[in-house]
Design a protein around this ligand. Structure first.
Ligand SMILES: NC(=O)c1ccc[n+]([C@@H]2O[C@H](COP(=O)([O-])OP(=O)(O)OC[C@H]3O[C@@H](n4cnc5c(N)ncnc54)[C@H](OP(=O)(O)O)[C@@H]3O)[C@@H](O)[C@H]2O)c1
Length: 182
């Protein structure tokens, strides 16, 4: 079983700016629309665990959900309240019974999902607190936001990771893949 974070941050470690915005993620011109390996990454996971706020932020992009929903794997949305699923996303998005990250992983393992993509700041922090993040692929965008939603929160103990690979994207961003040192 592996729980993997794939996310982009500012140089000061934020995943969204002070207004919750993420336009700065696209601040480096990418004329060829390179996905930097995201589709390949998605092909290698079984399912996503996504926090309600991230799910709602994606819905707010006003995508054509039939054609532009970005995830080819089941997306399990975590929330302590009811999660609305538009009809276009039925069979693609599933509310998950709320629980600790460990309980969520067990629920999904019972359904055969072993490799999970964990998405959303608070959701990732919950998994980190339980020591349940095995790999992190973090792309650093060269901007200092000065505030916003941090990727990481406080932990009871430090957690060590080893660098698996590092790649410079478009001569501007750095994508680092880390694996937990156990
Ligand atoms: N930079 C990037 O690559 C990137 C990637 C993803 C998201 N984002 C941005 O990050 C922001 C959202 O992040 P966020 O920190 O607000 O958090 P989030 O993880 O997306 O959502 C947090 C919510 O998820 C639910 N939740 C999390 N863990 C749970 C658990 N174990 N059991 C039950 N419910 C659980 C709770 O919902 P309830 O309150 O309903 O209980 C919690 O309030 C958005 O602005 C989004 O655009 C950026």
């Amino acid at each position: 079983m592996s729980n993997i974070v794939y996310i982009a941050t500012s140089l000061d470690g934020y995943i969204a700016d002070k207004d919750g915005g993420v336009d700065w993620l696209h601040s480096i011109p990418n004329p060829e629309g390179n996905d930097f390996g995201f589709a390949e990454f998605l092909a290698g996971i079984d399912a996503l665990v996504m926090g309600r706020n991230t799910y709602e932020a994606i819905l707010a992009f006003d995508l054509d959900l039939e054609r532009q929903w970005p995830y080819p794997k089941p997306v399990y949305v975590v929330s302590t309240s009811a999660v609305g699923v538009p009809s276009a996303l039925e069979g693609k998005v599933f509310p998950l019974q709320p629980g600790s990250p460990g309980a969520l992983v067990s629920q999904l393992a019972e359904q055969g999902h072993q490799r999970l993509y964990i998405d959303g700041g608070k959701t990732i922090q919950g998994f980190m607190e339980e020591g349940l993040v095995d790999e992190m692929i973090i792309t650093q965008i060269p901007i200092v936001l000065g505030g916003g939603m941090p990727l990481f929160g406080e932990l009871a103990e430090p957690q060590a990771f080893e660098l698996v690979s590092s790649e410079v994207l478009l001569g501007a961003m750095v994508k680092n893949h880390y694996r937990r040192r156990r």
